[in-house]
Design a binder for this molecule. Structure first.
Ligand SMILES: Nc1nc2c(ncn2[C@@H]2O[C@H](COP(=O)(O)OP(=O)(O)OP(=O)(O)O)[C@@H](O)[C@H]2O)c(=O)[nH]1
Length: 414
């Protein structure tokens, strides 16, 4: 939970902010109506992610609150009815993160957007690449103030090493002119590797005649900044590049998942399966299992598709929990698949345990007792597709054998 300090004397504005900021499950608002209450709040043992402050308070009519909040190292967003270009410039230069005027309802959404960006920044690692310690420190300080986790190195070669050691770095901000490997060479080297396709890369250089920015962007950079830059421009270029990448990642993830159950969809299941099969020489074992709910059509026909959907979702959840270390996906309809690299004996026990859980559980709000049939292919000799065909054949045998069976295990026992 992140605490947000709100200093605002108008009750209705406080109410709007409490509602909008409070709608974010990660935020808790600490509301203050004047500077005196804000001072009290800052004296408490509470860490604030950020502050949203009004400039005109009953006991501080000239924006005195800003310096007091900034002095405590709290990122500050000014929300004011007073639009003055000079004041805006002065406050931004003093280190205010954003200056938003209450001139329309979107202003409040903008406040929430900035706060959420700061929250995400706390979990975002950034690498600054620059051989000039002055320039490196300026960029690192700006990033630290915006709550990023910051690493820094001197040149492109060091950057490659640092990225290898820290695969969780999401953003690189790199100068161009550096010894060993320059910024443009660095971005090109990174984009040649599939694992760095989603890394956000922003080039910076004092050479900003257009050719340099083109060189960076053509090499694969997401954006370019000419030095010296205003810190507001810096922040918003960084924030908007990260926002775009997060949006792309959300779309990429959605393309891999089944929208009803959240399990891998069929396409991604095969992709993950092929990756496991490609490593089969180094794996102790491989198995493919198919799971199919029995007489599922009857559930739809008698209780409706909503209950049918609920059953599929709950069955998928149980499957995911039971095979949490394996690749689990929805094969289609009421059919699911698990691809595992666990030892045969362990996997066999897991499948049998899962079957017991299904038999014990009552599904959906209708408390339905259901069964499923399972087809297993252990240690396949050929590729993934052949393994799926073999598991499917076993599933067919389980259905023909009366359903509620695991094949070939149940035939082996008999
Ligand atoms: N509610 C719901 N139904 C689905 C979904 N996908 C497929 N179905 C239905 O699932 C039913 C599958 O029926 P069948 O293939 O006859 O299988 P079954 O009734 O389970 O019979 P057996 O597999 O032989 O035990 C069909 O009626 C499909 O319309 C879904 O996402 N939601």
């Amino acid at each position: 939970m992140y605490n947000i300090l709100v200093v605002e004397d108008t009750a209705v504005v406080r109410k709007i902010l409490a509602k909008l900021i409070g709608a974010n499950p990660f935020f808790r608002c600490v509301m203050c109506k004047d500077l005196a209450t804000a001072r009290e709040a800052m004296k408490q043992d509470v860490a604030f992610l950020a502050a949203v402050v009004d400039l005109n308070l009953p006991d501080a009519p000239n924006g005195e609150v800003v310096n007091e909040v900034l002095e405590k190292g709290i990122p500050t967003v000014v929300l004011t009815g007073n639009f003055s270009e000079t004041l805006r410039g002065r406050l931004l230069a003093e280190g205010v993160l954003d200056y938003i005027t209450k001139d329309c309802r979107f202003a409040y959404n903008q406040v929430v957007k900035v706060l959420d960006r700061l929250r995400k920044n706390t979990q975002t690692k950034v690498l600054v690449v620059d051989d000039s310690s002055v320039s490196r420190n300026i960029i690192c300080n700006l990033l630290t103030k915006a709550k990023f986790e910051v690493e820094s190195v001197n040149d492109g070669l060091e950057a490659l090493q640092k990225l290898k050691e820290n695969p969780d770095i999401k953003l690189v901000i790199s100068d161009h002119h550096m010894p060993n490997m320059d910024g443009c060479e660095l971005v090109k080297a990174l984009r040649e590797q599939p694992c760095y396709q989603n890394l956000v890369f922003i080039g910076v250089s004092s050479e900003g005649d257009g050719l340099m920015s083109a060189k960076f962007i053509k090499g694969g950079a997401n954006d370019f900044l000419k030095k010296p830059f205003h810190h507001e421009e810096f922040y918003w270029r960084v924030f908007s590049s990260l926002d775009s990448m997060e949006m792309l990642e959300t779309i990429q993830l959605a393309a891999k998942l089944d929208s009803l159950t959240g399990l891998f969809n069929r396409g991604y299941l095969f992709e993950q399966g092929e990756e496991l099969f490609a490593k089969r020489d180094s794996l102790e074992c491989l198995s493919v299992c198919m799971f199919d709910l029995d007489e599922f059509k009857q559930v739809n026909d008698s209780l409706g598709h909503r209950i049918g959907d609920e059953l599929i979702v709950q069955f998928a959840k149980l499957l995911q929990e039971s095979f949490s270390s394996d690749v689990v996906g929805r094969y289609g309809g009421e059919e699911f698949a698990v691809i595992s690299a666990r030892p045969e004996r362990v996997m066999r026990l897991s499948i049998q345990q899962f079957m017991k859980s299904v038999r014990c559980m009552l599904f959906t709000e209708k408390r339905l007792a259901v069964t499923c049939s399972i087809g297993v292919c252990m240690s396949p000799k050929d590729g993934l597709m052949a393994a799926f065909e073999s598991a499917d054949l076993q599933l067919y045998r389980a259905k023909n054998g009366g359903r509620n069976r695991i094949e070939p295990f149940d035939s082996e026992v008999a």
